[in-house]
Design a protein around this ligand. Structure first.
Ligand SMILES: Nc1ncnc2c1ncn2[C@@H]1O[C@H](COP(=O)(O)OP(=O)(O)OP(=O)(O)O)[C@@H](O)[C@H]1O
Ligand SMILES: [Mg+2]
Length: 631
């Protein structure tokens, strides 16, 4: 049921209207303008029948207040008041009725009209407000003289368009030719014209205005009108760029990760093979002692296997499978230690400049590995400066905050880091080269004997230390490698004094050898027996435990592989320690794919010998471990 509000000070007239409309309408009545407005706001009728003569207002003055309520307004005029009627319509009334034509039919039609028009007006106003308020810029053009493109006239624009200083099209009412003749040089006017002629939308390529990027589109509005819609898309476009960059970085990281696992796995098996070659090579060498020719041949085999061992150790470094001897230390000390060596490596044509930050927090690293990092970076720098140049090594301490650019680029967690920056002013590299430099065997020094393992070693070592290495370079602009290492809060530890080499490699102690690879185990046991030791042999951790339990005498040392099927060497050592507290432990390790054993701390007294090892290395480490004072 429609609700109507009758505003009339004459009760007779009010009732007459109510009677005419009869049932089907809910009629509210007000005797004054004020009362009418109050009722209108409260009851929200569809339509107001407004007597134009009221005691407190005249209808023309009251009209805007009702219109603002978005109701239909019909002005009821006295007989012969046509001028009033016209004035009301001009002021926005939706319809009028003279008192002498008040019939039910006329009333109903007027109410219908007025209500529909009020709703329409409300909608138009709503859209107008929305278009005006939205962030998308809208400018409406009309093309008057279709032979003259400069006659495109700006008819209207919304708030965003009028606020845009760069993309604005001059004043409303002016043609482009009058207001912005320089725009005539661009593709835009033609596009607007085409839009009007073909009545189809057109899209312009992104337009850069200063640092801002605008997406621009035209829309036909019928007849000679078209709108230009433009939107500042700088943030979105930059976000897309950013995302693409991140994805590329992610892919590169995943690729390195996969290659790393492969390299580590290969190196592991290879180390066992090389251990066998070296051990049995040594056996043969002893047997043929006295035969110079045979000795020479065997030496070639042994040399080749040493070279292979060096390669696998580089691969291991990349695969993050190297055993680290971690120490808490100041990175500056490492730089200072290798500085002389570096100067010799890079030659006299290259100036070495070192800037060490005086207040560096400590880092936990393997000093030998970090030296390797420095050497590899310096050698690369030297190679990039064949005619000499300058090599700068800097240390600093930085805090990567959450979401900072460095944090996002470096793929390490926010936190406190020590940085090592190695910069040269050599040949530099292009972006394509930079994408691959950390991959093993990527080299541009094919004719010059590069193996492409320098940077992959750096990468692996830094990764294993919980850090990140990045590069900045451009062709002809030199290169700068930046290594991030997480800083720690523990105090710096003193280096473990290395024991003097034992005088004799022989011994009479009892050694339990635990190694699942049969040929490696046989070789090790044979060497130990040859050098006087009593050897207990176990292929598996379970066997080792059984032997330890049942062996009546002392076990002076357990020589065990770190990674074995079933329980690990570390767990085994702990178990045996319960049975034989006198036993020292020496670990043999090829590849330590297990996180728990990859960070062996020398300051905690853990000893290991890296596979493949020579007889001397093994026996030397064994004697060191045995001769060490426990207590
Ligand atoms: N400082 C640098 N300036 C310019 N290019 C560099 C620099 N460092 C590395 N590169 C590029 O990265 C490639 C890979 O370096 P990487 O150290 O891994 O291998 P390599 O130096 O070629 O060989 P290797 O170090 O095994 O002897 C190099 O061949 C070279 O193209
Ligand atoms: Mg190199």
């Amino acid at each position: 049921m429609s609700t109507l509000l009758i505003v009339d000070d004459n009760p007779v007239d009010r009732e007459a209207i109510e009677r005419l409309l009869g049932r089907g309408y809910q009629c509210l009545a007000a005797a004054s303008g004020d009362e009418g407005l109050t009722l209108c706001r409260r009851e929200r009728p569809q339509c107001v029948l407004l007597d134009y003569r009221l005691p407190d207002y005249d209808g023309v003055h009251l009209l805007p207040h009702f219109l603002a309520q978005h109701v239909g307004v019909i002005v009821i005029t006295g007989v012969g008041d046509e001028s009033i009627a016209i004035a009301s319509l001009k002021n926005g009334a939706h319809d009028y009725l003279s008192k002498n034509e008040l019939t039910r039919e006329n009333l109903e039609r007027a109410v219908r009209n007025a209500t529909a028009r009020a709703r329409l007006m409300q909608e138009v106003e709503l859209h107008h407000r929305l278009v005006n308020e939205m962030p998308l810029g809208v400018a409406v053009f009309e093309w008057e003289d279709q032979n003259d493109i400069s006659s495109l006239r700006l008819r209207w624009r919304n708030g965003a368009a009028s606020r845009s200083p760069t993309v604005g099209y001059g004043a409303v009412g002016k043609t482009i030719g009058e207001a912005r003749p320089e725009i005539l040089e661009t593709a835009l006017p033609r596009l607007i014209a085409d839009t009007i002629l073909t009545a189809t939308s057109q899209t312009l390529p992104d337009m850069a205005v200063g640092v801002a990027i605008y997406a621009i589109k035209t829309v036909p509005l019928g007849g000679t009108l078209a709108a230009v819609l433009f939107e500042n898309v700088t943030a979105e476009r930059n976000a897309v760029q950013e995302r693409l960059k991140m994805e590329a970085q992610m892919r590169a990281a995943q690729r390195l990760e996969a290659v790393g696992r492969l390299a580590g796995g290969v190196a592991h098996d290879f180390n066992n093979v090389l251990s066998i070659v070296q051990s049995y090579g040594q056996f043969v060498r002893q047997r043929v002692a006295g035969n110079a020719e045979a000795t020479e041949d065997v030496d070639v085999i042994l040399d080749a296997s040493k070279r292979a061992a060096k390669l696998t150790s580089q691969l291991l470094a990349f695969g993050r499978g190297q055993v680290q001897s971690l120490r808490v230390m100041n990175l500056n000390d490492i730089v200072t230690d290798v500085q002389r060596l570096l100067q010799r490596l890079i030659g006299e044509d290259v100036d070495l400049v070192v800037h060490l930050s005086p207040n560096l927090p400590p880092v936990e690293v393997d000093p030998t590995h970090m030296e390797q990092v420095l050497v590899n970076l310096a050698v690369n720098a030297r190679d990039a400066m064949p005619n000499g140049g300058k090599l700068t090594i800097e240390t600093a301490s930085v805090v990567l905050s959450e979401g900072s650019e460095a944090e996002r680029e470096s793929s390490v967690a926010a936190g406190s880091y020590v940085t090592l920056v190695v910069t040269d002013n050599g040949n530099g590299m292009d972006a394509e080269t930079q994408q691959h430099i950390f991959e093993p065997f990527f080299t541009t020094k094919l004719g010059e004997g590069g193996t492409g393992l320098g940077l992959s070693t750096v990468f692996g070592i830094v990764k294993q230390s919980g850090g990140f290495v990045g590069v900045q370079s451009a062709p002809g602009q030199g290169a700068s490698f930046k290594v991030y290492l997480p800083s720690v809060t523990q105090p710096v530890t003193a280096p473990v004094a290395s024991k003097p080499a034992p005088g004799s490699l022989k011994g009479t102690e009892t050694v339990l050898v635990v190694e699942d690879e049969e040929m490696v185990r046989k070789a090790v046991c044979r060497v130990l027996r040859d050098f006087g030791y009593t050897v207990l042999e176990a292929a598996r951790a379970e066997d080792a435990l059984r032997i330890a339990r049942s062996h009546p005498g002392v076990i002076d040392l357990v020589l065990t592989d770190v990674v074995m099927p079933g329980i690990s060497g570390l767990e085994l050592a702990t178990e045996i320690g319960g049975e034989h507290p006198e036993a020292h432990v020496l670990y043999m390790s090829g590849y330590t794919g297990h996180a728990m054993v990859s960070r062996v701390r020398t300051d905690e007294g853990i000893k290991f010998v890296q596979k493949p090892f020579s007889t001397e290395e093994l026996l030397g480490k064994l004697r060191q471990a045995l001769d060490e004072d426990t207590g």
